[in-house]
Design a protein around this ligand. Sequence first.
Ligand SMILES: C=CC1=C(C)c2cc3[nH]c(cc4nc(cc5[nH]c(cc1n2)c(C)c5CCC(=O)O)C(CCC(=O)O)=C4C)c(C)c3C=C
Ligand code: FE2
Ligand code: FE2
Length: 370
Amino acid sequence: MSFRKEPPFTHGTPTRNAVVLVNLGTPDAPTTPAVRRYLKEFLSDPRVVEIPRAIWWLILHLIILPFRSNKSAAKYATIWTKEGSPLKVHTQKQAILLRGLLGQRGHDSVNVVMAMRYGSPSLPEVLDQLKAENCDRIAILPAYPQYSGTTTGSISDAVFAHYAGVRNVPELRMIKHYHDHDGYIDALRDTVLAHWKINGRGDKLVMSFHGVPKRTLMLGDPYHCECHKTARLLAAKLGLSSEQYLVTFQSRFGKAEWLQPYTAPTLVQMAKDGLKRVDLICPGFTSDCLETLEEIAMEAKHDFEAAGGREFHYIPCLNESPTWIAGLADITEQHLLGWDTKATPAQRAAQPRSAQAEASTPRGREIDRL
Ligand SMILES: C=CC1=C(C)c2cc3[nH]c(cc4nc(cc5[nH]c(cc1n2)c(C)c5CCC(=O)O)C(CCC(=O)O)=C4C)c(C)c3C=C
Ligand SMILES: [Fe+2]
Ligand SMILES: [Fe+2]
């Protein structure tokens, strides 16, 4: 067994802490070749599609990649911004703001960076960079509040596979989930209340989560239960009765049964049943992305209105909302317990200049303005 070369080591060099905010990943561009590369990496992960490898390889390479890449690229083109893919843009901003807020709270030796499970910046390149910067304590913070083997489990696989090739492994903390954390639920509540304050209230609040195959629930994946717990807690904070909200699952992929009820058919049925206005939030997505901006805010809205519904209100994701950045800081702080997160003067001097700027107060003012 051979391991990757360690960076040069000098006795007495101060070590640093880091938080890696990891999101799913997204194509580098809204083009067919870029989407194909992304889908190939994503859908080749055995955590994501649990079909015998040889059979799945044939389906993926002969059917999915040739036909889906083009269609998905066209969808990505409808949500792409000047800064790039919304998922990546929001995750990057969250990491910068989280770092600033942790710095304000006295954790100024904590670097916060983002990584993507698929695509770039990849987990291996980010973890290598942290090693080069002498980070010896690393907390992995998935962008998914609810645990699923298909997402959070896959991040663990990638982190541990990376360190299997490293001699000096840092101290690691894996944040499993925060589906019931007050910092997360309060941020969701504030987002809904802010929307209602400006737009009034709908007849029903739909909470739409990304789906997974139903089989994974039967095999012990806690995702479905965690989604329902999030929904219950959010409804309680909003004072909603069980008739005033509904949990649905979106983004079904393939022919197998996924978690039900499915979002789009439920919305169509609601419209046919005479419901005039619906408000929809996607609590499982902490950043707006293809699945919220295109599948929900465009497609699902169209389906609801075409079936006779009058008003469809999509409530944006948490993104960079101040309560969410504060919630992320609360969640992170719990997992930093016991680590020395206050920089010594020597550590402060050793930090890269960009890091010093981000951890100082002007970031705080930036957060206050958001
Ligand atoms: C093939 C099975 C899939 C499983 C299982 C799955 C689980 C899952 N995904 C998210 C979050 C996101 N998924 C996104 C896009 C996306 N998801 C799948 C498939 C599965 N997801 C595909 C094929 C795609 C790509 C788009 C498409 O071609 O339809 C995204 C958005 C990415 C972006 O670039 O904006 C997110 C976010 C969760 C939380 C989850 C399980 C709980
Ligand atoms: Fe997905
Ligand atoms: Fe989708």
